[in-house]
Design a binder for this molecule. Sequence first.
Ligand code: HEM
Length: 510
Amino acid sequence: MAVFKEQSPFKTYTGDFTGFLVVVLAVLVVCVSRGKRRRTGTFPPGPPGWPLLGHLPLLGRRPHVKFSEWSREYGPVLGVRLGPRRVVVLNDYESAREALVVRADVFSSRPDLYLMRLFSNGGKGIGLAPYTAKWKAQRRFTDRTLRRLGIGKVTFEGKVMREVDDLVSKISDCHGAAFDPKYHVGVGVVNIVCSLVFGEHFKHDDPLFLKLFNALEDISRYGGSTKHLNIFPALRHVPVLNRGAVRTMAAVSNGRDFISAMIGQHKATFDPSNIRDFIDAYLLAISSEEIEEKRDRFLNEEELRQDIFDLFIAGTESTTATILWSLLLLSVHPEIQRKLQDELDSALGPHQDVSVLDRPYLPYTEATILEVLRFRPTPFGLPHATTADVTLGGFEIPAKTQVLINRWALNMDDRKWSHPDKFDPGRFVDPEGHLDVPVYFRPFLMGRRACIGSHLAKMELLLFLSTILRRFTIKPPEGTPAQSLEGHLGVILQPPSFRICAVPRSTTEN
Ligand code: HEM
């Protein structure tokens, strides 16, 4: 026994182990405290979060507002945790510009998130693809082709006006009775992208068109309820929690089928000497010798399908929502509406339709559109991601970090805007009555991923709004309670459902 005790390897081992443990613990303490210091010292700061869930339980229904509040305490470059992921949220113009313009080479990618991969068919197309040579080729081609097809210019105006006229005739059919404008505005906006990419305008009850329209509606309706899958992708296997994702993916697949069928039709009737639309232009680029050049080697049919899908996804819900917000806000601000109508009447005369060429004579109309974009923006646009370790505002941000630009905070920054929570188009007009847009107002953001459809969007907003307000005065239905103007954050900031009365102007004034 004594021998055993003396020679016990356990005793000897314990002694060594204790020493070893002390050393290891000491090293760990030093490492952890240094690591901690580095994390808290150089990763952007934020409020304390929960274990595992991070800041998710603290965000509420209006995360854009919460981030803005936190940024007042912790600074504009905010660090938060969404589940296991660290995310940086930029809350002022200076930090957003520094990232998107000055450090564009590092901040122009998209994060590798579960839903983004599904939506982009594994990183294809323009909107959700990572920042690679392949993305650059798609973006360059699309930019160039939209310009060649006359987007935003007077040559494309007829196609937009056809949808505007359809909408005006639907509104006339209501004879001043209350109606919900959402469906009619939505089909008009989707049809404009159809004209651009398919060279075709559909009747609103065409079953083929409805397949596409309903798919886009479902993506908008259910897409916002799937965000938790980006954070905890495993939840896609949990039956109730994956309902939104299942519906969204069914809609995505319907949308893709529709686009594939249209590409098939175009291939069957393709004539290189008669380029009708975006698909033809892309098919020409694929088949032409240009493809041999290095810069276009990434163009192919799969990418074409995804590019088109992106134009629909990014270009329709955002524009429809902005038109709806305009109608809602003007219906509750009759004095602003009247001023806008006065400007249209005196600039255009009684019978002339509005055109993009009239812009210089319509500063207050332009200012009203800008104010709608400022007052009710899509708070986060699309998420960005870093491609390398980088320093921003004195903080260190590792490669592959998700970065959100909180446009809500930019647009509501009271150091830049007086009374930011007041809807006031006059802020964009100088004392001489000229349009005055401050450099820090970027409704379509900036840098390499800035909105590719901004010219089309601005044209649509001008033509829809001016034409409606030349013909009608918009009012909330009599006796209805005041409408909430808060909106609902899904993929974008959706206006609440609302009804308006559009009273023909000839019977009310003039
Ligand atoms: C009121 C209407 C619109 C608004 C407010 C808007 C705003 C934006 C914003 C903020 C971004 C994100 C930029 C970034 O990630 O940094 C974006 C991206 C994009 N927008 Fe728009 N947009 C509108 C209409 C359109 C239209 C009409 C189209 C095309 C038909 C379009 C196509 C796109 C595409 C493809 C992207 C992704 C660009 C890329 O990742 O390179 N958008 N838009």
